[in-house]
Design a protein around this ligand. Structure first.
Ligand code: SF4
Length: 338
């Protein structure tokens, strides 16, 4: 697609894991050999063959249960984590294997906002210095006066007073600190911002303010967002399209209206069944998934969702073949053999 800003193909990110040493000091040789072999082959498959496009100017939501790999995917797309395989193209450039020095000029255009802005702000740095850091790193200001002016503009843009520049992060509330995090990301005039659970730690009333701010900035600064969240109501409000993730894989992608009105994948149907219907006359059956999410170290064969899938008469392929993302009835994509 010509206006694709970021495109990932078959992206994987595995984390090697040490298997616990057998507690018994007199463990037989076979157990020790098994331990050695397992240690070499044990990986958490946090991102497991993800392909997705982010279109310029859109907000793409990324949802799924905790631990499904959403944040790892967000960080891998920005090359904050190196993928094990697959490719990432950003704004027409293949950034998959670029060295850090080669990535530097591109980094400016790809920023991230974290769930806990306090953890990402240096407590010994004034808010003004924290916002100006990117301006200096990328040589976007040539004098102290210009830096000061730019920091004031950014503070105003995110709804903070000018005197905030000389204060420290601990002097601000959670919502204000998130505004500082947004100003910091905005400073370098990015094209894409990965918003990683940006309002999850905030009170509901503050959440709405920060979301409205993100929406206003998207228009005025021509931004594209990848919006990672487990809050399906917030995602419905802010996103143009939504990707649903389960155990390291995308299982469904569709426009927000299609996905919420006519979810195609059994996992999406279960997730959305917990939401109250917009039309009170509409009857919605709650689908309660049985069991826990399986370990990403040893995912089930075939469709990774098959042990919890509520579809009674599953095709045999569910147990044996990994379903590919294909066109769904509602015009999006889904990974399901049905
Ligand atoms: Fe359920 Fe089979 Fe579809 Fe997986 S592929 S979601 S197990 S019906």
């Amino acid at each position: 697609m010509s206006n694709t800003l970021l495109s990932a193909k078959n992206l994987t990110k595995y984390f090697p894991q040490k298997v616990a040493w057998p507690k018994d000091p007199d463990a037989p040789l076979a157990t020790r050999i098994w331990h050695n072999l397992s240690s070499q082959n044990a990986f958490v498959r946090a991102v497991d063959g993800v392909s997705l496009d982010i279109i310029s100017g859109e907000t793409l939501g990324l949802v799924g249960e905790s631990g499904c790999g959403k944040s790892t995917l967000g960080r891998t797309l920005l090359r904050l984590l190196d993928p094990n395989s697959g490719s990432i193209h950003f704004d027409g450039t293949d950034i998959t294997k670029l060295k850090q020095s080669e990535l530097r000029p591109i980094r400016r255009h790809m920023q991230i906002i974290f769930q806990d802005p306090y953890a990402s702000l240096n407590p010994r740095m004034t808010v003004g210095d924290a916002i100006a850091e990117g301006l200096q790193i990328f040589g976007l200001v040539s004098s102290d006066a210009e830096k000061k002016k730019r920091v004031s503009e950014l503070l105003k843009k995110v709804g903070l007073a000018e005197d905030a520049a000389s204060r420290y992060p601990h002097e601000f509330s959670g919502g204000q600190r998130q505004r500082v995090g947004i100003a910091r990301a905005l400073a370098v005039k990015p094209k894409l911002i990965v918003c990683d659970e940006p309002v999850s730690a905030l009170d509901v009333s503050i959440q709405a303010q920060v979301i409205n701010l993100l929406q206003d900035l998207q228009k005025s600064e021509e931004l594209t967002y990848l919006f990672i969240s487990h809050d399906l109501n917030v995602v419905r409000h802010i996103c143009d399209r939504v990707a649903v993730m389960y155990l390291g894989k995308i299982v469904e992608i569709a426009s927000t209206s299609e996905l919420y009105e006519n979810p195609n994948h059994p996992y999406t149907q279960a997730l959305l069944s917990a939401l109250p219907a917009i039309n009170p006359k509409e009857k919605r059956e709650r689908i309660v998934l049985q069991g826990d999410v399986p370990s990403a170290m040893n995912p089930p064969s075939g469709c990774a969702f098959h042990p919890r899938c509520p579809v009674k008469d599953k095709p045999k392929a569910c147990f044996e073949q990994v379903p590919e993302l294909r066109k769904s009835d509602s015009g999006g994509l889904k990974a399901c053999h049905l």
